[in-house]
Design a protein around this ligand. Sequence first.
Ligand code: NG6
Ligand code: CA
Length: 503
Amino acid sequence: MKKTTIFLLGTSFGLTMLDGAKAQKQIETPNILLIYLDDLGYGDMSAYGFSSLETPNMDKIANEGVRFVNGYATSATSTPSRYGLLTGIYPWRQSGVKILRGNDSMLIDKEQMTLARMLKQQGYRTGIVGKWHLGLGDDNSDLDWNAKLTASPNDLGFDYSYIMAATQDRVPTIYIRNGEVVNLNSENPIYVDYEKKIDGCVNVEDHPEKMIMHWSHGHNNSIVNGIPRIGYMKGGDEAIWDDYDLADNFLKEAENFILNNDNQDTPFFLFYAMHQPHVPRTPHPRFEGLSGMGPRGDAILEADWCIGDILKLLKEEGVLENTLIIFSSDNGPVLDDGYHDNAVEMLGDHKPFGDLRGGKYSLYEAGTRVPLLTYWKGITGPKVSEALVSQVDIFASLACLTGSSEKAIDSQNMLDVFLGRSDNGRKNLMIESQFNKAYRSEGWVLIPPHKGRNFLKKKGIETGISNEYQLYNIIKDPGQKLNLAKSKTKVLKKMINEYESLK
Ligand code: NG6
Ligand code: CA
């Protein structure tokens, strides 16, 4: 891994030096560690001030780096947010970018520019460890888990990938390394079906007694390791993961990726896509009961511990000073997301949503406004930034940092903002829930009328959908309590015009 700083042009990072009439730009290539949690809410880590959990390692990144209070995922669910993060393109521009099943084909075209490909071009060794959820294989109608997959992260600029296909509540429940199922026994092939029950597979309907965890909604197909899941799966027993080892296993892979780079003087880019605190929540038994909030809280503590272990490794290896860490979450929090795990009952004073309205799946702020942190020892922070930034901007910002001329249509160069040197964030931002959009412009949020349910009863989350315009002053009213659409008609008109021209 890279321990020293490479100065390609100029001398002082981030500044433009005037050399006669010619401006030269400084370029740096630190290691880049992108830590991405799954469903971690704005209020879930203690640094944001709403949590009764103690997350010292996430807090270290927050308190020594830049902590964004107006940082957004592009979307209120996983697949679209990951698409926006990796491509720099708003996910709603491409049809079909919605929560994927475990056997859907890869959403991103193999030729498309991605964050990994751009950094690879700049000399990075690139890897992803953890949750993928952007589809695999060229065509899901003939997706064969028993052969090398025809499309995987390795076709999008990742030199190394060690992933779960979708989510831990979707089959197949297996690890995939560089496009091949890990520990596959060819005598016991894997079959996956999302349309119909596979004959002979252990499932909820035929074998309810095999469940050790119970579903509250949705997760009633195959049972793997006693946990009911979405989709049917049969075979592949040797390859099936241990749910309680997911965190340790991904951590080991992430750390090995960092360490294996030792003999090369190239920087690494690691997308450490953590699976916590998404359902089913199966923290390792050593975290059981530590949060007093049940598995959801314990899973967050487990994630925090993993992050601490990586920070320790970076320090021990002498590369913390030369590593830019970006930390965020793919969407907002949800308590009951389909399993009975006491997340609602044991919540206590903890506020996963912070002071925001809505949650995962929602057009209200808690759907997409997420923890967002940057930390580069000696360069960033400590700072709390109010600048408006989105994960979609990471592409252009890292392109600028590493001297790439690659561009992505929706990605704005926020490098100075991400490094805490400027407060000049985005002027506006499109926000997306499952199928609808909202629009933020500086201190205002517009939610246009949409059709659909305004409340997800089983999840206890307001969707933000209404048949009337909603307009909120998001600075004075972060909890979106007061709809000003009828009183602030001028602002409303301006917002509608801007929204219509963007969407
Ligand atoms: C939903 C699942 C939910 C979760 C989500 C994806 C049901 C009822 N709900 O369809 O449990 O898996 O998809 O979450 O099945 S995400 O964070 O990956 O977007
Ligand atoms: Ca998620």
